[in-house]
Design a protein around this ligand. Structure first.
Ligand SMILES: Nc1ncnc2c1ncn2[C@@H]1O[C@H](COP(=O)(O)OP(=O)(O)OP(=O)(O)O)[C@@H](O)[C@H]1O
Length: 276
C-alpha cells in the first residue's frame, strides 16, 4: 500500500462568494516531494493556498491531508502537520527572532505551557540551519525583510511538519539567500517533508522541483516533470509573452541552460572573484 499524500486536492474549485477563480484542480504532494506552482499575477496561487490551508472554503471538491479531509482536522493538529510560510511583513510586536520561532512550538504544547530546553534547542537548530543563528536575540521588527523571511521559514520548520506551504519563499531575498533557501528546500526532501511552493521565477522551480504545476486563471493547465512542463512554449503561453522572450530571459552570456544557470552562475561568480 502506498503512503498517504501529505496533501491532496480533489476536483477543487476555488474562489470567493461572487468570484470563482479556478475549477477542477486536482493534484497531490507526496512526503519528500517538492511541487512548485507557477502562475501569473492574479491566477489564484494565494487563493489556492488559502483553500488548502482551510482558511477559505472550497467552492467544490475537497482537500485532504494525510488522507483525512481538512474540514475534519482539529485546528491544533492541522497546525502541527502543515507549516505555512507567508511572505514576510514587518509585524507589530517586538518579539525576538527566537520568540517567533518558538511560537511554532506552541502548536505542539498546551496553550499556556512554557517552551522546554528541547523546544529552545529545536528553535536554535532551525535558525542555525538557515544561517541566521546570530539573529536569535534580534527584534523581528528591526531586521531586514530578507532576514524576516528566513525567520518565518525557521518558524515553519520548528513545527516539524509533514508539509510546508511556502508563498514565494525567495521573493524578498538577495541572491545569496535565494540560493541558501533553495538549497534548504532541497534538503527538506531528504527529511521526508513535502513542500508546496509558489514562485514567480521559473528557474527556481527548475532548480528544486520534483514536479511543476502551471496555474492560469480558471485552473491548472499543466503538471508534471520540470523539463516537460517548464518549456519555453508553456511558459510563453502561461505568462502571455513570446517564446523568444522566454529564451532571452533564460539566456546567459556563456550559454548555460536555464536549469543549471542559478548555481552555475554562483560558481562563475566565485571563479570571477578568484580571477580579479
Ligand atoms: N478577497 C477577495 N475577494 C474577491 N476576489 C479576490 C479576493 N482576493 C483575491 N481576489 C481575486 O482572485 C483572483 C486571484 O487572486 P490571488 O491573490 O489568488 O492571485 P495570485 O496568483 O496569488 O496573484 P499574485 O501573483 O499577484 O500574488 C484575482 O482576480 C483577485 O483579484
Amino acid at each position: 500500500m502506498s503512503a498517504a499524500a501529505a496533501i491532496e486536492a480533489r476536483a477543487l474549485s476555488i474562489g470567493y462568494r461572487n468570484h470563482c477563480v479556478g475549477t477542477d484542480i486536482s493534484f497531490a504532494v507526496a512526503a519528500g516531494e517538492v511541487l512548485c506552482l507557477l502562475g501569473p499575477n492574479g491566477s489564484g496561487k494565494t487563493t489556492l493556498f488559502k483553500t488548502l490551508l482551510g482558511l477559505l472554503a472550497p467552492l467544490a471538491g475537497e482537500v485532504r491531508v494525510l488522507d483525512e479531509p481538512v474540514c475534519g482536522w482539529p485546528r491544533a493538529a492541522f497546525a502541527r502537520h502543515v507549516g505555512y510560510v507567508p511572505q514576510a511583513h514587518a509585524g507589530l510586536f517586538a518579539f525576538t527572532a527566537e520568540d517567533i520561532v518558538l511560537m511554532a512550538r506552541t502548536a505542539r504544547l498546551g496553550r499556556f505551557a512554557v517552551p522546554s530546553r528541547h523546544d529552545r534547542q529545536i528553535a536554535a537548530d532551525c535558525l542555525a540551519a538557515l544561517g541566521i543563528g546570530h539573529l536569535r536575540q534580534r527584534i523581528y521588527t528591526r531586521i531586514s525583510g530578507g532576514e524576516r523571511q528566513l525567520v518565518l521559514i525557521a518558524r515553519a520548520l520548528a513545527q516539524q511538519p509533514v508539509l510546508l506551504v511556502m508563498d514565494e519563499p525567495t521573493a524578498s531575498l538577495d541572491f545569496g539567500n535565494q540560493i541558501r533557501v533553495l538549497e534548504h528546500i532541497n534538503h527538506l526532501r531528504t527529511q521526508g517533508i513535502g513542500v508546496l511552493m509558489s514562485t514567480h521565477q521559473p528557474e527556481h522551480a527548475l532548480r528544486v522541483a520534483d514536479r511543476i504545476a502551471l496555474l492560469a486563471p480558471g485552473g491548472l493547465v499543466g503538471i508534471g516533470a520540470p523539463v516537460a512542463i517548464a518549456t519555453p512554449a508553456n511558459l510563453a503561453a502561461l505568462y502571455g509573452v513570446t517564446e523568444d522572450a522566454v529564451a532571452a530571459a533564460f539566456a546567459f552570456p556563456n550559454g548555460i541552460p536555464a536549469p543549471t544557470a542559478l548555481l552555475s552562475n554562483a560558481a562563475h561568480h566565485r571563479a570571477a572573484r578568484r580571477i580579479s
